[in-house]
Design a protein around this ligand. Sequence first.
Ligand SMILES: NC(=O)C1=CN([C@@H]2O[C@H](COP(=O)(O)OP(=O)(O)OC[C@H]3O[C@@H](n4cnc5c(N)ncnc54)[C@H](O)[C@@H]3O)[C@@H](O)[C@H]2O)C=CC1
Ligand SMILES: O=C(CO)COP(=O)(O)O
Length: 351
Amino acid sequence: MVAVEKAAVLGAGSWGTALAVHLARNGHAVSLWARRAGLAETIGAARENVQYLPGVKLPETVRVSTRLEEVLAGSTVVVFAVPSHAFRGTLAAALALLPAEAVVINVAKGLEEDSLQRMSEVYLQESGAADLARYVTFSGPSHAEEVGRNLPTAVVASSPFASAAEFVQELFMSPSLRVYTNPDTVGVELGGALKNIIALGTGIADGLGFGDNAKAALMTRGLAEITRLGVRLGANPLTFGGLAGVGDLIVTCTSRHSRNRRAGIEIGRGRTPEEAQAAVRMVVEGVRTTRAAHLLSRIHGVEMPITDQMYRVLFEGLSPAEAVKHLMGRGRTREIEEVAGFDVWWSRKRS
Ligand SMILES: NC(=O)C1=CN([C@@H]2O[C@H](COP(=O)(O)OP(=O)(O)OC[C@H]3O[C@@H](n4cnc5c(N)ncnc54)[C@H](O)[C@@H]3O)[C@@H](O)[C@H]2O)C=CC1
Ligand SMILES: O=C(CO)COP(=O)(O)O
């Protein structure tokens, strides 16, 4: 195991807390930063994050604080576990305090709403770093509720720099957490962000009382449009068949833990998107990401029918029932020609 003097985890929500607990179990000293004093106090007193991760005790080696300078001092590893809309601001506040040799690990799964940037792009812009040599994306099918309980999980550490990805792989590997490396950061980031849109959709299908067929259709056609946009933006299509792609899509679209799916269920049952997000009481990343992905699809001329309908439901007041009609009533089309080159295959067969 790699020796780390101290690891900092910024963001004491469910994922930040689970990762802080995991790193402590792996033998590292951990400082967990909470933005709100009340939350830091209750976690410190109960040794448990009752609000965001009930039932998981914090090891003694996890210290909780609201003081960024105290949390970052001497930390050679800094895990950013705030929602994606808070990443730029949190990074900006942390930059002057980061030890020069620190490796930044980002676990947020989203796209920035205004800039349409992936998190690694936000990092490069905000930090002025020349490359991603000290930045790693951590993604894959991993609900905090299960990682916090040491249930078997497999994830991906991604960086174009093998040494950075392998460092994080070793840091997090444990008997219950298997970490793979992947150099395709564009694909890993897009897989993690875009699956949340589809999870909102499968939640809606559940809320409307649809069955497993609808869920499987949404997941499969969702993966097709995620891959289509991803490839257009420079990702390797194979990444979407991996843990950060179909793996995370499966878990988020089917798990009772998923915040995106739960918000979708509420919308399917008739609540407004605002009411649904309030009911979940944790970040529902798919909402902002739907807006960003919708714009990206327009800018790049990529067809994303499910994302289009999700956009209309979330931001234009379209009813879920109408959205289903639009999706089912689309013109006839073929399945995977844009990915597998079927046009070429068929023209060869015909000639
Ligand atoms: N919960 C999970 O199982 C997993 C979550 N993620 C990702 O991790 C990120 C964090 O998610 P969760 O921990 O689930 O969220 P959460 O809703 O449980 O907690 C978010 C935390 O960030 C804080 N926060 C909110 N706005 C902030 C701001 N402007 N500045 C600083 N802090 C702010 C909140 O107070 C809260 O402590 C998201 O991008 C999510 O997609 C990734 C994998 C698993
Ligand atoms: O990304 C996740 C699991 O891998 C978490 O998804 P939710 O935010 O929908 O809970």
